[in-house]
Ligand binder design. Structure first.
Ligand code: HEC
Length: 254
């Protein structure tokens, strides 16, 4: 108990206790930058505490002093001279050593679509398929405006008001929702490709697109075939993009 009255020991105990509480008592764990900041503040408070009066300061400095000068503390001195540089060296090593890196995510952003899919229990040919609603030019506006409604109801909170992939939920997702304004998305894809992606969503992506945690939902149970073609028409109309055409060879080979 007499030992506990030593200011030096009290200071060490407070710091160790503070470290243990901050490091293991907080869920989720605080980052090191926060931890070191708090510990620095606590350290300063402890220094104020131990130096508050002369006796206290002497009691604090005593053990340090005797360790540095007393002949009988020589073994401890030598041990410290060895251990402290070793600890510093170990710390420097852990900082400099190569850390394991997450493998880069190599994935096909626009994988080849399957030749055909099951849509509502019927075989649906993707390759070569055209948007049937475009045949009736008189109804073009009607389809686009219906597609707009479908978009607002179902897609806007991810793909955004401006179809730029900046919906309210977008910041939470990786990969982020597709930006349809970007020439790298719908402008380089056939409408049938979009049909497949909208019908089957992230879960419908093939292996070469993994690791892939796409949150793009499959819409096949919520939207009808016609509604999917309508929302596709809206995507192109609202962004001013043109769908890619099937090339003759792609057509013929299936
Ligand atoms: C929960 C968020 C979310 C909703 C809701 C959502 N999407 Fe997506 N969508 C994504 C994400 C994330 C991606 C990118 C990853 C991928 O391609 O699967 C994506 C990709 C796409 C793509 C592929 C674009 C490309 O370049 O390959 C299309 C097309 C698409 N979405 C259309 C739609 C349509 C139409 C709707 C509404 C019926 C919709 N999305 C609703 C998250 C969403």
């Amino acid at each position: 108990m007499r030992l506990l009255r030593s200011r030096f020991l009290q200071a060490v105990l407070i710091l160790v206790l503070a470290f243990v509480i901050l490091r293991f008592g907080i869920r989720p764990p605080a980052p090191w930058s926060v931890l070191t900041l708090y510990l620095a503040i606590i350290f300063m408070a402890v220094m104020v505490f131990v130096s508050s009066d002369r006796d206290s300061w002497r009691s604090f400095i005593g053990p340090i002093w005797t360790t540095l000068v007393r002949p009988e503390r020589r073994p401890l001195r030598i041990a410290l001279v060895i251990v402290i540089p070793l600890l510093v060296g170990y710390y420097a090593y852990t900082q400099a050593a190569a850390k394991p890196q997450a493998p880069p995510e190599l994935r096909a952003v626009h994988p080849a679509p399957p030749a055909s899919i099951q849509f509502r229990n019927k075989e649906f040919n993707i390759s070569g398929a055209e948007n049937p609603l475009r045949k009736d030019a008189a109804k073009f506006r009607e389809h686009v405006s219906k597609g707009g409604e479908i978009y607002i109801r179902n897609c806007v909170y991810c793909h955004g008001d401006n179809l730029d992939g900046k919906g309210h939920f977008a910041p939470g997702f990786n990969p982020p929702p597709a930006n349809f304004q970007d020439p790298g998305t719908i402008a380089m894809l056939q409408e049938a490709f979009l049909f497949w992606r909208i019908a089957k969503g992230g879960p419908g992506l093939p292996k070469e697109s993994t690791p892939w945690n796409s949150v793009m939902p499959p819409w096949e149970d919520r939207l009808t075939e016609e509604q999917i073609w309508q929302v596709i028409m809206y995507l192109y109309d609202a962004t001013g993009q043109q769908p890619r055409r099937w090339e003759a060879s792609e057509h013929a080979s299936h």
